[in-house]
Design a binder for this molecule. Structure first.
Ligand SMILES: Cc1cc2nc3c(=O)[nH]c(=O)nc-3n(C[C@H](O)[C@H](O)[C@H](O)COP(=O)(O)OP(=O)(O)OC[C@H]3O[C@@H](n4cnc5c(N)ncnc54)[C@H](O)[C@@H]3O)c2cc1C
Length: 448
């Protein structure tokens, strides 16, 4: 075994959680070594260079919301604040009513969206009243004082509240499936309540949709490299960690895939739960909790067209194969060979993951033709389908006690990652929160 020593703090994994932990520590004057197995930073929010498009292409459109305070803080610290555009209007298309919008009014929080809900006339008048009543229930009721809700899915809860099938199909399903990446019969009441409260009913601006203006290559990889290297910290890419070395319940170092060993008394693991498991001893109690996590997929469809067909920045197609479309043309990812680049997202995509590329593209184009007249004449210049089977962890049956961290129970080892105990679903916000929480533990700990 080659032997290397380090006085640094080691951060394992260069996704949003590892980036947040490293940036926070570096901003507080600590010297960090960030070890990432892959060739670039970003983790599940990554880009790849697509020669046919001539651009860096993100695996899938990721959005954040105005209520994502930790992520906004990360962008502020790393100098990327101006790389996010904030959209106040969510567009929906209903075949019987055409385009409809949800946008905030001048009413104070939590009533800012009320006029918009009431105007959503693809839904019956009673469904709209029911949505506003439900919003006030969600605001006023605490699932923690209703233990009988703990095993209910939000679909079952909606049924108990008299929500119609149409309202679920045309409003709740499209909103919740894309926010929480699972079908409504697989979403627990508690996380849906939190999501609605923090986003829809939160303070002014909480509802806004944040869209990166640049690729993840720029937002996460380049910006972080710049930030950390300027602060005397190190980013080591293509450095897979093979084993955490723990002696007398204290972290001693990490064994790397190339056989080398890094000594360290402080390690933040920002690895996904399933990638942390093989690095731990068989009897580790961390491992037992992690075994409860199950995963849910997302599919990203990227289309480059020879003309513009969509003049909206975003569009939701409730009840369709396509769930959300984003116009990526104005950003960095615009293809020189085409006139419009659309990024399409299908969340909780387990049932279509196996479909052949041609079938997915044909279905997508057929749906676009039904919505946009210009799509009838448009030619596809290029397309890509990115299937992400491990996109997020499932929330149903995931007890809060399974979510560990940031303190691991092993001296000097801290846990971060979207799966840790942040209270958030698997999102970039959860990852950023977890990274900051682990960094704070290191900053505030007693010397040992
Ligand atoms: C298709 C898709 C769409 C999504 N959409 C959204 C969205 O719209 N909004 C949102 O907020 N979130 C979204 N998410 C979820 C979001 O991407 C994740 O929650 C977040 O990026 C997780 O960050 P993380 O740092 O916790 O983990 P990861 O991003 O998984 O980072 C972990 C890192 O550890 C590295 N690693 C693994 N093993 C080792 C090892 N042995 N040694 C060293 N390094 C290792 C990995 O290479 C990776 O870089 C989406 C995810 C996907 C896949």
């Amino acid at each position: 075994m080659k032997h290397k020593t380090t006085s640094n703090i080691l951060v394992l994994g260069g996704g949003v959680a590892g980036i947040a932990a490293s940036v926070k520590l570096a901003s507080a004057g600590y010297r960090v070594t960030l070890l990432e197995k892959g060739p670039r930073l970003g983790g599940r929010a990554y880009s790849f260079y697509d020669a046919a498009a001539g651009e860096w292409v993100d695996n899938c459109q990721h959005i954040l919301m105005g209520c994502c305070e930790a992520l906004k803080e990360l962008y502020r610290l790393s100098g990327s604040e101006d790389k996010i555009t904030w959209q106040d209007t969510y567009y929906f298309f209903y075949p019987n009513k055409g385009f409809q919008t949800l946008k905030s009014s001048c009413l104070p929080a939590p009533f800012q969206l009320l006029p918009s809900f009431l105007k959503l006339d693809a839904l019956s008048f009673w469904d709209r009243i029911n949505i506003t009543q439900l919003m006030s229930s969600i605001l006023c009721q605490d699932p923690e004082v209703h233990p009988e809700w703990a095993t209910l899915s939000i679909k079952e809860w909606f049924e108990s509240q008299g929500v119609s099938r149409e309202s679920m199909r045309l409003f709740w399903e499209p909103v919740l499936v894309s926010a929480l990446n699972d079908s409504i019969d697989q979403l627990p009441v508690s996380y849906v309540f939190k999501t609605i409260r923090w986003g829809f009913l939160g303070r002014e601006g909480a509802w806004k949709m944040g869209i990166p203006l640049v690729s993840f290559h720029h937002l996460y990889h380049e910006q972080t490299l710049n930030y950390l290297t300027k602060r005397n910290s190190l980013v080591r890419l293509k450095e897979g960690v093979k084993k955490l070395v723990i002696q007398n319940n204290r972290i001693a170092g990490v064994l790397l895939s190339d056989g080398s060993y890094l000594e360290a008394d402080t390690v933040i693991s920002a690895l996904p739960q399933d990638k942390l498991v093989p690095l731990l001893d068989a009897d580790s109690c961390i491992k037992k909790n992690i075994s409860h996590y199950k995963l849910s997929p997302i599919m990203g469809i990227h289309l480059w067209l020879d003309r513009r067909i969509m003049e909206l920045p975003n569009l939701c197609l409730p009840g369709n194969f396509i769930q959300w479309i984003f116009d990526k043309t104005p950003g960095e990812a615009v293809s020189k060979a085409s006139s419009q680049y659309l990024s399409i997202v299908i969340s909780a995509s387990q049932e279509i993951m196996h479909l052949p590329q041609k079938e997915i593209i044909d279905t997508t184009l057929q749906e676009l033709k039904k919505v946009f007249p210009a799509a009838q004449e448009a030619c596809m210049v290029h397309s890509l389908i990115i299937r992400e089977p491990r996109a997020t962890f499932k929330l149903m049956e995931l007890q809060d006690s399974y979510r560990l961290g940031p303190v691991s129970g092993i001296t000097g080892l801290y846990l971060a990652g979207d799966w840790t105990d942040t209270g958030w679903p698997a999102t970039m916000e959860s990852a950023a929160l977890s990274g900051f929480a682990a960094a704070r533990q290191v900053i505030n700990r007693e010397p040992f």
